[in-house]
Unconditional design. Structure first.
Length: 513
């Protein structure tokens, strides 16, 4: 019994009732209430905790807490969602009981009862539509049937209209290796594959098959172990070993490194061929046993009993530079410079990327001034210095400066005096470079895997390429250069340079070792 002889009112959730008149205004004394209060405190604690404590991250500036928030907020919102669902029901039942008991403020209570479903419906509709929009964009409009198979997108029986980032030959080989590891497990099995960039297919063999490799993606290991000299040394040694095994002209060196790192299998697929060329595959054909082939993808294991011959490569001395000098100014240090351009009068423009500016130097390397300032304010001269910072710069014949302001997702335009004039967006995502090409301006729209051609007023006139590995297709185009009427594109993800003519038609490409 409660104080004053009042009986406890039964709870709609069951169990012991709350004290006082009406369950909605009483103290938290139900066991369920206390449990939900704990969930609520934990959720809010995680959110607030990220405001005061953060994992020491390699990002700087406003992104210092990026990985901390990324890792903890997901759990926080799950806890808060559970608490909100319970409290919504608690509120509705409490208000209804208060209305039945004739509590004061009845019109307000009725309005609350009517408003709550409308608010919930609006939130649910917004969440559903927003989630559908994001998922549709990430899955190309759900053109393939739902599946938990991470390799389904690469196989023709599941393929939709989009270009595949992995070849069918590679996908078949990975499925075979997965079965090999599952049904014929060998703890000493180690496979060699191309080691490269994060958020890509690099490291695909060990990821999908479960077979250990020398090093798949060094990025994250390097990020979190950058202050450990022994870790950096090991990472660099392993990256160098992968490169040497695939590319060394002396297969004896490759064989010794494979023995040192316990490599039992070699994977030679699309990425490896694009990176190291067909000659590397010919060396493996000559000295190793072919275990399995899937089209152009080959898996090797074991060595042939043949003498190893060293390839004769002509030693061509590099051409000496006509003139060279170091550009640096102690009062205006460069931090991770990424783009450079030369003006009509010989001035040198350098993207001082992590400082969020473009520094201008004379032809003799004397510092003349800076264009732009760090920041993210729209339609201003601020350049976003976060992550990689502004990535590219171009200067026209009038001295106007065009900056690929990568993480503001735009091209920022400055006049010859360095004053901000305008911005061009054109639906870019992370543009890394910009180049003048005749009467056009070409942008490497890296995130969209394409080139965007603009007129001199910033209007898009043409899109070149799409995501893929075929001729004229791109995977992370990051650099542009113009020479003798042709434009060269650093197609980084495909480990090659592609060359296009004035009509933006593909002409040729060459791999980059």
């Amino acid at each position: 019994a409660s104080r004053g002889g009042e009986k406890s009112s039964p709870s709609p959730q069951g169990g012991e009732g709350v004290r006082g008149r009406g369950s909605w205004g009483g103290a938290f004394c139900l066991q369920a209430d206390r449990y939900v209060a704990l969930l609520l405190c934990l959720g809010l604690g995680l959110v607030l905790g990220c405001e005061f404590v953060a994992v020491k991250d390699f990002y700087g500036g406003s992104s210092l807490r990026l990985n901390t928030v990324f890792k903890f907020h997901y759990q926080a919102w799950v806890l808060l969602a559970l608490a909100a669902a319970y409290l919504t029901n608690r509120f509705m039942n409490g208000v209804l009981q208060a209305i039945r008991e004739g509590a004061p403020g009845r019109p307000i209570l009725v309005a609350g009862i009517l408003a709550q479903p409308a608010i919930l419906l609006a939130v649910l509709v917004w969440t559903a539509l927003g989630s559908w929009s994001i998922l549709s964009a990430k899955t190309s409009g759900f053109e393939n049937r739902p599946t938990l198979d991470g390799l389904a997108y690469a196989l023709p029986e599941h393929r939709g209209r989009t270009n595949r980032a992995m070849s069918e030959d590679d996908a078949r080989a990975l499925l075979w290796l997965l079965d090999l590891q599952r049904f014929n497990y060998d703890e000493h099995r180690v496979i060699l594959e191309y080691s490269g960039d994060p958020y890509s297919n690099d490291g695909r063999v060990s990821t999908f098959s479960g077979i250990p490799t020398l090093i798949a993606v060094a990025n994250h290991e390097g990020i979190w172990n950058r202050e450990k000299p022994e870790a950096r040394t090991e990472i660099n040694n392993r990256k160098s070993a992968v490169r040497t095994i695939y590319s060394s002209a002396d297969f004896g060196v490759s064989k010794n490194l494979m023995a040192e790192y316990g490599v039992t299998h070699v994977f030679f697929g699309t990425l490896e061929r694009n990176k190291y060329g067909q000659r590397a595959g010919q060396r493996f054909d000559k000295y190793m046993n072919v275990l399995k082939t899937f089209g152009n993808t080959v898996i090797y294991s074991g060595f042939k009993d043949v003498p190893i011959e060293k390839e004769l490569i002509p030693n061509v001395a590099p051409q000496p530079l006509m003139n060279a000098a170091v550009i640096q100014n102690p009062d205006h240090p460069l931090q991770e410079p990424r783009g450079v351009a030369v003006g009509a009068n010989g001035e040198i423009y350098v993207c001082n990327s992590k400082n969020g500016a473009v520094d201008q130097y004379s032809s003799k390397g004397e510092y003349l001034g800076s264009i732009g300032s760090p920041g993210k304010t729209p339609n201003t001269g601020e350049l976003n210095q976060e992550y990689s910072g502004p990535g590219g710069v171009a200067v026209d014949e009038k001295g106007w400066v065009y900056v690929a302001d990568t993480w503001n997702h735009r091209i920022a335009v400055f006049d010859s005096g360095g004053d901000y004039q305008k911005e061009w967006k054109a639906n870019f995502w992370g543009p890394r470079d910009v180049a003048l090409y005749g009467d056009k301006i070409v942008v490497a729209d890296t995130g969209k895997k394409r080139l965007v051609v603009l007129d001199r007023e910033g209007n898009p006139v043409r899109m070149v390429g799409q995501e893929g590995t075929a001729e004229g297709e791109f995977k992370e185009p990051v650099g542009l250069a113009v020479n003798r009427g042709e434009i060269y594109v650093a197609d980084t993800g495909n480990i090659r340079v592609q060359v296009f003519g004035p009509d933006f038609q593909f002409r040729r490409s060459f791999p980059v070792a």
